[in-house]
Design a protein around this ligand. Structure first.
Ligand code: PGA
Ligand code: ZN
Length: 408
């Protein structure tokens, strides 16, 4: 059986021009796994924390390299347990979630390479051994950016188009690309900016959430008629415009309390084919989540991201409160593959839909989340707009898996 023979790490630059780390795990049979680390801009308070890239490079190349030397790369559980134990903190601040994540995922890639197995199949063997049924997640294309991902005055963070589940991935991808370009044309025609935000969606000034949805509706018109093939979703990321008491929708001068914000959503839900709202309230505004869930859980995906931070224990506390029917899974919110799997298993056992997601600061060389999404049978994958290298790398990898599975 091959063993881990070396772990090295160096700094690279991410899509926002910020430094991050890239780790290379080598096995003694010559197999290699390389993993870079993404970073969010609108983070949940309970996310695992990153350390400075310089410090991370040092700890991975020395402390972690020494600790994992000679270990079995196929025992992912043991690798991750060792990393968590050496770290010894609740939020991974000692070794850094960035250090731990890069090693944890790179080990799985090296193991898959050593076996000569596609990564999604190798990950499936760990997550749900013996299950050979694969589905491709539906892409959620973030085509208009606001919040902390853009310099415009649009409070809500992400406006997404989501093809119907019945549309096969290649057609869904095409649909996303076409809507993206139609939106580009329509914004330009209206004299608006077509510069893009962190996730590749357009980010003009002068939009309100309603106007943003009007623009999207216009280009998705034919496709979004009742019974049509495309729906809308919003990642509100409500924490980013929460004041002490109210939510401040600056572009409309509105200071809304939680019920006022719920009314705001009720209006949007009347006018647009919205099926998805992520983080509609700040992560501690439980009463607002609860009331909203009671009213809309049958008709809307109510998605936890900052609320649940891919953390198994946090999710176990949230589930009995009945606030959500879907969760975002981002490996870098928690730091290890094993804990990410644990989180997704808890979600599935409780009938929550799963959306595997990138981060706003991401890297073009990495496509791990695409393989992960297929491996765990996630219902959706978020990787931003169908534009910009670091965004399309993940969608292109899904397309590759889709083609591979369709040809079998
Ligand atoms: P982030 O945003 O990567 O900047 O945290 C993504 C999200 O909120 O879903
Ligand atoms: Zn989010």
């Amino acid at each position: 059986m091959p063993k881990i023979s070396n772990i090295s790490c160096h700094k690279i630059v991410n899509s926002r021009g910020d430094w991050t780390v890239m780790t290379k795990v080598t096995l003694d049979d010559g197999s290699v796994g390389v993993q870079s680390v993404p970073e969010g801009a609108s983070k949940g308070k309970k996310e695992a924390v990153d350390i400075l890239p310089e410090k991370s490079v040092d700890l991975v190349s020395n402390v972690i390299n020494a600790a994992l030397l000679g270990k079995d790369p196929f025992n992912q559980g043991n690798i991750d347990k060792t990393l968590v134990e050496i770290d010894g903190t609740e939020n991974k601040r000692h070794l850094g979630a960035n250090s731990i994540l890069s090693v944890s995922l790179a080990v799985s890639k090296a193991a898959a390479a050593s076996k000569g197995t596609p990564l999604y199949k190798y990950l499936r063997e760990i997550f749900d051994p013996g299950n050979n049924e694969y589905t491709i997640p539906t892409p959620a294309f973030n085509i208009l950016n606001g919040g902390k991902h853009a310099n415009n005055k649009l409070s809500f963070q992400e406006f997404m188009v989501m093809p119907a589940k019945k549309v096969p991935f290649d057609k869904a991808y095409e649909m996303g690309v076409n809507i993206y370009h139609d939106l580009e044309k329509n914004l330009a025609k209206a004299g608006m900016d077509i510069d893009v935000g962190d996730e590749g969606g357009f980010a003009p000034n002068g939009l309100t959430p309603k106007l943003a949805l009007e623009f999207i509706k216009e280009c998705a018109a034919e496709r979004s008629k009742p019974g049509g093939n495309v729906f809308f979703g919003i990642d509100v990321a409500a924490d980013s415009f929460k004041e002490i008491l109210n939510y401040f929708i600056e572009e409309e001068g509105l200071h809304l309390n939680s019920e006022g914000l719920a009314d705001y959503y009720r209006d949007l839900l009347k006018d647009f084919p919205l099926i998805y709202l992520e983080d509609p309230f700040q992560e501690e505004d439980f009463a607002a989540w609860k009331k909203f869930y009671n009213e809309f859980s049958e008709t809307l995906m109510i998605v936890g991201d900052d609320l649940t931070v891919t953390n198994p224990s946090v999710l176990e506390q949230i589930i009995p409160m009945k606030l959500i029917n879907a969760v975002i899974a981002k490996p870098n919110q928690i730091g290890t593959l094993t804990e990410t799997f644990e989180f997704i298993k808890i979600a599935k056992d409780n009938n929550l839909q799963v959306i595997v997601s990138h981060r706003s600061g991401d890297t073009a060389e990495d496509t791990f989340i695409a393989d992960l999404a297929v491996a765990v049978g996630a219902e959706f994958m978020k990787s931003g707009a169908p534009a910009r290298g670091e965004r399309v790398a993940k969608y292109n990898r899904l397309l590759e898996i889709f083609l591979e599975l369709s040809s079998n």
